[in-house]
Design a protein around this ligand. Structure first.
Ligand code: PEP
Ligand code: MG
Length: 325
């Protein structure tokens, strides 16, 4: 796929109507880093830090993590890297961490909940990130925020660690952005302050969709039952886009659906301007966007909605076919 789209690798994702969409890649392992160059990604929109923890037999040391993160920032050569703090629990279980038996792990003690209840590892990770940045910009975000005070407390931890590192005489990052993942429906309806206080928001579509439709993303019987282009889900996304526009909060979408050309086109049509996906998807998504007029796509979506369609997919597919694809 990378070869096939080589001709547009260094071209921007610019639509026919002149809208620029930022395409970044998802990563998590050192093996992903060469894709930064080969995929044409504009940066790393989601670095899943738990993958480094999952491939080990014990909790990595802070110095080891700082080295790994520094290598990631080096490889990005000035492009932005969004480090997501540990997202463990649910489907991602660390063999060396005591875990509780939970009847519904996806709704359980996971991600930021673990980080806030046992801040030791989270703070160690934040220290490692600050050291890795070593004077360069640092971007981090917290997974699975479900209410405002969770984000506020996590943010306080970052500010506390920055102070501590400064006291220890270390070089602070040139700039620090602290963002939140929006992957529980509650945050679409959060107080305006959430949108104001987050430096940026990234929609975790995989989880957001699973909780919105109450359909386990791991369960083969139900996981394909609800279309991402279902009108209800698109309307939820659109509301998040509007709220971010109102507060001037940069917004991106980093779930797997961002890497599907038709979905990506619809997301752009309802106002998303940054999508993060697996590296191999960047070419196909960029190709789709460069051949599309978002105003037209938007009109197709709105007409499908007005007609009472359950999903806008049939109408969009039909439009693409008529366009000659
Ligand atoms: C998501 O939920 O969409 C997401 C990007 O995070 P993960 O797939 O790691 O849960
Ligand atoms: Mg998630």
């Amino acid at each position: 796929a990378v070869k096939r789209y080589a001709a547009i690798r260094n071209e921007p994702a610019l639509t026919l109507c002149g809208t620029r969409v930022a395409l970044t890649m998802n990563a998590g392992l050192m093996a992903d880093l060469p894709s930064l160059e080969s995929s044409g990604a504009e940066g790393v929109g989601l670095f899943r830090t738990e993958l480094q923890f999952l491939v080990r037999t014990k909790v990595p040391r802070r110095s080891e993590l700082a080295q790994l993160y520094a290598r990631v920032i080096d490889a990005a050569q000035g492009k932005r890297v969004v480090f997501r703090t540990l997202d463990i629990g649910s489907d991602k279980v660390l063999p060396y961490m005591k875990r509780r038996e939970e009847p519904n792990p996806a709704l359980g003690w996971r991600a930021i909940r673990v980080g806030l209840d046992r801040p030791g590892v989270m703070r160690m990770q934040i220290q490692a990130l600050i050291r890795a940045a070593n004077g360069r910009p640092l971007t981090l975000m917290f997974p699975f925020v479900a209410q405002l005070d969770e984000f506020r407390t996590a943010r306080e931890h970052v500010l506390g660690e920055l102070e501590r590192e400064e006291r220890l005489g270390r070089v602070l990052p040139e700039k620090v952005e602290i963002g939140a993942m929006l992957e529980t429906p509650s945050m679409a309806f959060a107080p305006r302050q959430f949108y104001e206080e987050a430096d940026f928001i990234s929609i975790g579509g995989n989880d957001l969709k699973q909780f919105f439709f109450a359909a386990d993303r791991e369960n083969e019987h139900v996981r394909r039952r609800y279309d991402t282009l279902n009108v209800s889900f698109l309307t939820l996304l659109e509301q998040i886009v509007k709220r971010c526009e109102d507060t001037g909060t940069p917004l991106s979408f980093c779930g797997e659906d961002a890497g599907r050309p038709v979905e990506a086109l619809c997301f752009a049509a309802i106002g998303l301007r940054a999508l993060s996906m697996r590296p191999a998807s960047i070419g196909p998504v960029k190709n789709m966007l460069r051949k599309s007029d978002l105003t037209e796509a938007r009109a197709v979506i709105d007409a499908a909605r007005a007609s009472g369609a359950q999903s806008v997919r049939p109408a969009v597919m039909d439009w693409l076919r008529r366009r000659g694809e």
